[in-house]
Design a protein around this ligand. Structure first.
Ligand SMILES: NC(=O)c1ccc[n+]([C@@H]2O[C@H](COP(=O)([O-])OP(=O)(O)OC[C@H]3O[C@@H](n4cnc5c(N)ncnc54)[C@H](O)[C@@H]3O)[C@@H](O)[C@H]2O)c1
Ligand SMILES: O=C(O)C[C@H](O)C(=O)O
Ligand SMILES: [Mg+2]
Length: 625
């Protein structure tokens, strides 16, 4: 009897195994024989451990039996061959177990543990990692990207395991042109580079800022479908002025003060020359450079290289789309935008970028004349660490000067140089209060109470600073103090607010993640040599038009992150179209500029979609070098 039940157990195990094998066989045989690149075999030049430790080709337990023989890895893996779906499910179960044990809330103590688990998967098997990320983007973007990525950068010394990306330091001067050949990939499409000097709202984190470049590139892969083999996170370590890091024995970067002036520029110039020599078509996204350098570097390189600054230009487009959404949410036509009164707290790279873009858009709507440009200026009040910026400000930052209020105007409004944010909001009664100050809680009770007197029927509150703790206010504060009717959009994600009357206060996320992946992908596929103002404007307009009237009236002015792949495709198509119209498009692979010009709108969209990478295992075949 005992024997019989043992046999039964064995045969049910066997049956299960066989079923799994059959499923695996079926899933292979049911594959359509298309000519798409994903199903052609990939030739590999390594075997054995090398392939298991190579995240580009590793499939872990999903290697089939024949592949295990071919690649000399039989016996190096547990015997059960898992399907891609089983692997995903197993990984998700593990990740979920952690969550069941700790029901989180906004200050989830397990975010770093989740990041670690995801990071380990990233090291082992990139294809599976991106499948998990894409299928669960809403849940895990806040882990691999903002806000958790900020914490990861802060704790980088402890979290560092396997290196990812490239590091160029001040000590590498004169060597970068050869160093760049140490990177294993012959093709790189996207580089995100930082010097770690202003990571989110967390200040100078030195070499630890590499985390932000990695997080942005994760979105390039997940949202824009850039091939993960062709992305490169870069950290340019020119030292740090963070005294704590300078003394920290575990710090992984150069323990000297930051280079400045010509010396600093020489390092960045050398880096740019090196990467464009090896990969002439690469797109370089500058990220989280302190404002002092952000504008200068943008002006220095934007006419000669395929580059853009995400904090200045990406943020500007995202904010602009939100501002236009706020106009529509009041039931007014977009063309009413130039009538909006906008108070901006923060005049750094992000704030100034937003101000310039909004002013230009207003001027265009008013007829694109010099008078229109001048008159648009008076719709903005800018408050920085020293208060309201007026023409009376001493040593005014040249980038902020165009937005300094005229003395006469301020007197008329009973304001003055250096007036506090609360005073400005009280006197101006703005339609929009937008924060890019990196100061958590800046929109205090006093400021929000003053906004209750806004002349708008639906005041808009945009605490755009990151990460969560640096947000100028929480949605709970905004809805409870200013009212249920407001439009709320924050840089870091917040949960919707229960307003207690059967209604929900919607929390939009106003983050440049809705634009930079599409700007990069569109630039890549158009083959444009530069990222023009027109291409950036097209990206912003595409995002602004994405939401339906019905959504907007409900206060939903940005898409949910679950739609990031779709919005990114649309943005990229808009960028390609604009590049064609501006005669900048030089084409991509077999789609040369002449072919590109023949495409209609739907065909451009299809072209974009067909060139977006998806996580899918190719069949691997070994070939000797
Ligand atoms: N949501 C997004 O997509 C997005 C994009 C880019 C930047 N950001 C966030 O914006 C913030 C600022 O970035 P940045 O590069 O402009 O930084 P920055 O340090 O260059 O600028 C900060 C600005 O805020 C001002 N400021 C400081 N204290 C203030 C106060 N008490 N009141 C009013 N203004 C004050 C400073 O004077 C300065 O002008 C960061 O937190 C960053 O994470 C968000
Ligand atoms: O990184 C983000 O989440 C947005 C932005 O680039 C920032 O610097 O805050
Ligand atoms: Mg940034």
């Amino acid at each position: 009897m005992a024997n019989f039940s043992r046999q039964m157990r064995l045969s049910s195990t066997l049956l299960r195994l066989l079923q799994q094998r059959v499923t695996a066989v079926n899933s292979t045989s049911s594959r359509k024989f298309t000519t798409t690149e994903g199903h052609r075999p990939t030739i590999v030049h390594k075997r054995s451990h090398d392939i298991l430790h190579d995240p580009w080709f590793n499939k872990g337990t999903a290697f089939s039996f024949t592949e295990r023989d071919r690649l000399h890895i039989r016996g190096l893996l547990p015997p059960n061959v898992m399907s891609f779906e089983q692997q995903t499910a197993r990984f998700m179960a593990d990740l979920k177990r952690l969550e069941v044990q700790a029901r989180d809330g906004p200050s989830d103590p397990y975010v770093l543990a989740k990041w670690r688990i995801l990071n380990r998967l990233h090291d082992r098997n990139e294809t599976l990692y991106y499948k998990v990320l894409i299928e669960n983007i809403e849940e895990y973007a806040p882990i691999v990207y903002t806000p958790t990525v900020g914490l990861v950068c802060q704790k980088y010394s402890g979290l560092f395991r396997r290196p990812r990306g490239m590091y160029f330091s001040a000590a590498d001067r004169g060597e970068m042109m050869s160093m760049v050949y140490n990177w294993p990939a012959d093709q790189v499409d996207m580089i995100v580079v930082t010097d770690g000097s202003r990571i989110l709202g967390l200040g100078d984190l030195g070499v630890q800022g590499i985390g932000i470049a990695i997080g942005k590139l994760d979105l390039y892969v997940a949202a824009a479908g850039i091939n993960p083999q062709r992305v490169l996170p870069v950290m340019i370590d020119v030292g740090t002025d963070n005294e704590k890091l300078l003394k920290d024995p575990l710090y992984l970067g150069l323990q000297e003060h930051r280079l400045d002036g010509e010396e600093y520029l020489e390092v960045i110039d050398e880096f740019m020359e090196a990467v464009y020599t090896r990969w002439p078509h690469v797109i370089v996204q500058f990220e989280d450079f302190q404002s002092k350098w952000a504008f200068k570097l943008l002006q220095r390189y934007r006419n000669n290289y395929r580059m853009f600054n995400d904090d200045v230009q990406g943020t500007a487009g995202v904010a602009l789309a939100g501002l236009l959404g706020a106009v529509r949410a009041q039931g007014r036509p977009m063309i009413d935008f130039p009538k909006m009164k906008i108070v901006v707290a923060g005049a750094g790279s992000a704030g100034i970028g937003v101000l310039n873009a909004a002013r230009k858009t207003m001027a265009r709507m008013l007829g694109n004349t010099e008078i229109a440009f001048e008159s648009a200026r008076s719709q903005f009040w800018v408050v920085d660490a020293k208060g309201l910026i007026t023409e009376a400000r001493e040593n005014i930052d040249p980038d902020a000067r165009p937005f300094a209020r005229k003395i006469k105007e301020t007197e008329r409004q009973r304001l003055r140089e250096g007036a506090t944010l609360a005073e400005v909001v009280h006197q101006v009664k703005p339609d929009v209060l937008l924060g890019l100050s990196a100061v958590g809680g800046l929109f205090s009770k006093e400021v929000l109470e003053a906004l209750r007197h806004s002349t708008s029927t639906r005041p808009a509150i945009f605490p755009m600073s990151n990460p969560t703790r640096n947000a100028e206010c929480t949605p709970e504060e905004a809805f409870s103090i200013v009212g249920d009717n407001i439009i709320f959009a924050s840089g870091s994600p917040f949960k919707d607010v229960d307003l207690g009357n059967g209604h929900v206060g919607h929390c939009n996320q106003a983050n440049n993640m809705f634009l930079f992946p599409g700007i990069g992908l569109g630039t890549l596929l158009s083959g444009s040599r530069i990222v023009s103002d027109g291409m950036l404007q097209a990206a912003a307009e595409c995002l602004a038009a994405y939401m339906t009237e019905e959504d907007i009236l409900k206060g939903v002015i940005y898409p949910s992150i679950s739609r990031i792949r779709d919005i990114t495709k649309e943005v990229a198509a808009a960028v390609v179209k604009e590049a064609i119209e501006e005669d900048l498009a030089e084409g991509y692979r077999e789609m040369d500029s002449r072919e590109l010009r023949k495409l209609d709108e739907a065909q451009i969209s299809e072209f974009v979609e067909n060139n977006m990478w998806r996580p899918d295992y190719p069949t691997l075949v070994y070939k000797k070098d």
